[in-house]
Design a protein around this ligand. Sequence first.
Ligand SMILES: Nc1nc2c(c(=O)[nH]1)N[C@H]1C(S)=C(S)[C@@H](COP(=O)(O)OP(=O)(O)OC[C@H]3O[C@@H](n4cnc5c(=O)[nH]c(N)nc54)[C@H](O)[C@@H]3O)O[C@H]1N2
Ligand SMILES: Nc1nc2c(c(=O)[nH]1)N[C@H]1C(S)=C(S)[C@@H](COP(=O)(O)OP(=O)(O)OC[C@H]3O[C@@H](n4cnc5c(=O)[nH]c(N)nc54)[C@H](O)[C@@H]3O)O[C@H]1N2
Ligand SMILES: [Mo]
Length: 749
Amino acid sequence: MTNHLGDIQNAKAIIIFGANPAVNHPVGFQHFLKAKERNNAKIIVVDPRFTRTAAKADHYVRIRPGTDIPFMYGMLHLIFKHGWQDENFIKDRVYGMDDVMQEAKKWTPEKVEEVTGVPASQLIQVTRLYASSRPGTLIWAMGLTQHSIGSSNTRMAPILQLALGNMGEEGGGCNILRGHDNVQGATDMCCLSHTLPGYYGLSDGAWKYFAKQWGVDYEWLKGRFKDKKWMNAKGFTLARWYAGVLAGKPGEDNIHNAGTNIKALVVMGNGITSIAQQAKVKEALDNLELIVLADPFVNEAAVLTDKKDNIFLLPAATQFETSGSVTATNRSAQWRSKVVDPLYESKPDQEIMFELAKRLGFYDELTRGMLMGIDEETAQPKQVKKSFKWPEDATDEIARIIKTIGLTGWTAERLKKHQENWHMFDQVSLRGYGPMKGEYYGLPWPCWTETHSGSPVLYDIHRPVKEGGMGFRNRFGLEHDGVNLLAGPHSAPVGSKVDGGYPEITAENIEKVLGITLTPEEKKKIGKNWKVDASGIIAKKCMEAGIAPYGNAKARAKVWNFPDPIPLHREPLHSPRPDLVKKYHTYPDKPNHYRVDTKYASIQDAKDWSKEFPINLVTGRLVNMNGAGAETRSSKYLAKLSPEMYADINPDLAARHGIRDGEMMWVHSPEGAKIKVKAHYTYSVSPDRIFLPMHFAGHFQGEDLSAKYPEGTRPYAVGESANTVTNYGYDIVTQIPETKGGLCRIEKA
Ligand SMILES: Nc1nc2c(c(=O)[nH]1)N[C@H]1C(S)=C(S)[C@@H](COP(=O)(O)OP(=O)(O)OC[C@H]3O[C@@H](n4cnc5c(=O)[nH]c(N)nc54)[C@H](O)[C@@H]3O)O[C@H]1N2
Ligand SMILES: Nc1nc2c(c(=O)[nH]1)N[C@H]1C(S)=C(S)[C@@H](COP(=O)(O)OP(=O)(O)OC[C@H]3O[C@@H](n4cnc5c(=O)[nH]c(N)nc54)[C@H](O)[C@@H]3O)O[C@H]1N2
Ligand SMILES: [Mo]
């Protein structure tokens, strides 16, 4: 989120693309409803289904899955046509909007209607309303991301906000409602395969920085890899680990993995049945040599597989049996205390990892970062203690190392103080009072120094840097194709020593940009640039000068190094509109996409999928269930609210197939998989699509696997996984599965 949940109360309009907060963020949703009460804010919901959120909206827009880009271009078409854009904002703070404008010209309301199914008159009405009610906030979640063009969707939405000058404003911004508890923290710490923690990347420089900070030898780190090349290469993603096992079998995608397939799988905190294409996932599980599942519940991967040996269930403790910092959807940190000691023989995740590291022989290297500190004299990292205290020293290690997103201020001591003073913060501004005066709740990052306030609204130039102000980051050089990438005049945060744009701050340019002179002592200690400056001098001097260490640049509407420099509509791999596929063709197949050759055009062009599979398949969530569902289906009371797997189906569609309400039906996927589920009549879906909740497991292609759960562990509710029939298809940049834009065929069971 650029802003935060309480800030939504400042919005005069709220447009929601592919999110259902009434169900998935029900506590946060109170702020949406308060915006309505306080400001008469209008709520617009764009979703292929009529959801509970839509029930609270002023306008519900029923869109065809996967066509949000044309819809947003349609909005931009009207905005530019009527001059509703914020010219000054675009001129001073945005790069590449001209190209967007050219593309938007093509998307007349009539053309948008043809592609998206949204009536032209509704597009006009909604755009006029949103453009004339500023600040407006734009919300999105999984409805935008889970597509082969998901990453383009997530660029299109900020472009719309930039055009209206809605970024860096209270009540505006792009507020992306994140998923799991602490998923933002997991991302920041990089439980991902393409960068070191803090988005430092995988370059040699990044590895060397971490080696130094962790107090481990770079050569030793290098020695962990088969050869150095793999140190700088992205790994597999969760979405496609199975391809790493199955490669080499007929019809499977090729991999690029140091000449070997994946042989072992260790799972910590993922349901596995939440991954698209369960038939492939099952086959991969069956072909592994070793499976380790660390989970407080029986991870249903163990039930799905037919593997009989070398499969271990490790009882992990839950979040209530451990303590430490987590990061909320708005970049705020929270300190959590242990509620009870780990039950029975269960262990917290870090202890499981420590035990594993001991047995693999690198426990000392794994934990040494927590023993390190900064030498006052040299400003270089050095070992300062012999043993660590968990979790405080882990949190302080993060604060010491991660400068890129500004976690310097997140010491365990400060975060604990916030926890103790929850009641001393205002929920709309996040401002603290009393003992917390001068800080925002949770010190939302970037929190540049140990005295910085935290930054509740990203890119906000109406407040000084030391109170959370900043421009856009200067990340991509000073110019591109002869165009200056730094922000224009009058666009620096208030109180800044520099009026306008400036580059990211380095040891070399600090004196010039800030207009200061460093002492010889400071010159000796200062790090190369703001990202690796262990001395803290750059951050401190920047705060004094009202300068954001990461620079003040233009936001990029055009990303020249992406497959589509400006977002373009491309039909899903399995499109219900063969007439549009040629015109809005997908990408060419992509070799070595996170180590897997990934198919795009060769699937889309293989045949007209819509002939045999004419129905759009939409998947998503229920309020009483979570994720893959192992936890919530194991709760008697939550399971009772949705005791069996079902499909939402429009009675008109059901009638065409002779399926009555409550009867069983088969859903078939283009990949040849099928599930047997109960038909649930509803008008929330139109007759061209069905909706499946994603929370079930324990049945597979018509077979009940209940007997395979260890005694006493079968959840109260089991059923087919929606992901047995979600289609092949992966985002071109991130590789997120296309679980919201596939096709299927149905028949009476
Ligand atoms: N109760 C509950 N709360 C949860 C979770 C849970 O499992 N249960 N999970 C958490 C997690 S991990 C996450 S990531 C979040 C997810 O939160 P959301 O993203 O809100 O969850 P979904 O229900 O998956 O999808 C949102 C909506 O996207 C719509 N949609 C599908 N395709 C499209 C499309 O092409 N365009 C548009 N505009 N909309 C589309 C769906 O119909 C659905 O209503 O929720 C979190 N909160
Ligand atoms: N079709 C379809 N598929 C989807 C989605 C969709 O919308 N449609 N959404 C996708 C999204 S956004 C997400 S986030 C995923 C969610 O899918 P998962 O990440 O698989 O969801 P969870 O059920 O939250 O899985 C968490 C697992 O961790 C265990 N667990 C809980 N606490 C702890 C702990 O402290 N330690 C350990 N070791 N384990 C713990 C739980 O028991 C559970 O087995 O699903 C994805 N899959
Ligand atoms: Mo998620």
